[in-house]
Design a protein around this ligand. Structure first.
Ligand code: ZN
Length: 233
């Protein structure tokens, strides 16, 4: 590539939640010029998208895109269909099965958009805040999925086949506990007050405090000894 900065460009998936914000902060710390990418896919908690532009700016992203498509056409998830979000589950219940908040093939879809954006930018690096530990039920958050996607990516694009770019999918949070992610985000100055993790917030964006995501977030902050500025009471 003729652009000397192109090799350090990265696409960073940004949902507006705690994990993706921390992941973007890590990419910035590693010196990448970060291009944030969010999705309006018809999610129940789409209010998270209201937070994403300010988050991207405050974390020093060079640009931020929101791509729109509607997974409610398929539904079949508590996040995209008329299915109740499970509440007040303990850890045993959370890890017993893939929960109804699983959105079919969501990370394959997200990473495919990221791959297309990266090829246009001339970026070899894609950052995703997926975490396999606290969401062990989600098949597309596991290391074997990420490795397989990376292999596929290098067969999938013009830049990959011609050898101009070798795509790498960075998942710096994949094996961290929620408490470790909170500590890391705290160190990196992530504005936690601008993040939203809840699957079922009220219309003003207040977290429900009872969904899996709220419970895991609260436990992470407690274990890290950090105050969550948006904690539900
Ligand atoms: Zn919640």
């Amino acid at each position: 590539m003729s652009d000397p900065s192109a090799g350090r460009r990265a696409v960073c998936l940004l949902s507006g939640g705690l994990d993706s914000a921390t992941c973007l902060a890590i990419a910035r710390r590693e010196g990448f010029e970060c291009h944030a990418l969010s999705f309006d896919y018809g999610q129940r908690h789409r209010i998270e998208l209201d937070r994403a532009p300010a988050l991207a700016r405050s974390l020093g992203a060079a640009s931020h895109e929101i791509v729109r498509f509607d997974l409610r056409a398929f539904g079949h998830s508590a996040l995209t269909d008329d299915i109740a979000v499970p509440k007040s589950r303990d850890e045993k219940q959370m890890s017993a099965e893939i929960p109804v908040t699983y959105v079919p093939a969501r990370n394959t879809i997200f990473l495919s958009f990221a791959l297309a954006f990266a090829e246009v930018l001339g970026a070899a690096d894609i950052f995703s805040g997926v975490n396999a530990l606290d969401y062990s039920g989600y098949p597309d958050c596991r290391p074997e999925f990420i490795r397989a996607f990376e292999t596929m990516a290098n067969h999938a694009t013009k830049a990959g086949v011609e050898g101009a770019l070798r795509t790498k999918i960075h998942t710096p949070l994949i094996s961290l506990t929620k408490a470790e992610i909170v500590r890391l985000g705290h160190e990196l100055g992530v504005p936690f007050g601008s993040t939203l993790s809840c699957y079922d917030p009220d219309p003003s964006g207040r977290p429900c405090g009872q969904c899996d995501s709220c419970i895991l977030r609260a436990r992470g902050f407690d274990e890290a000894g950090v105050i969550d500025p948006v904690r539900a009471v």
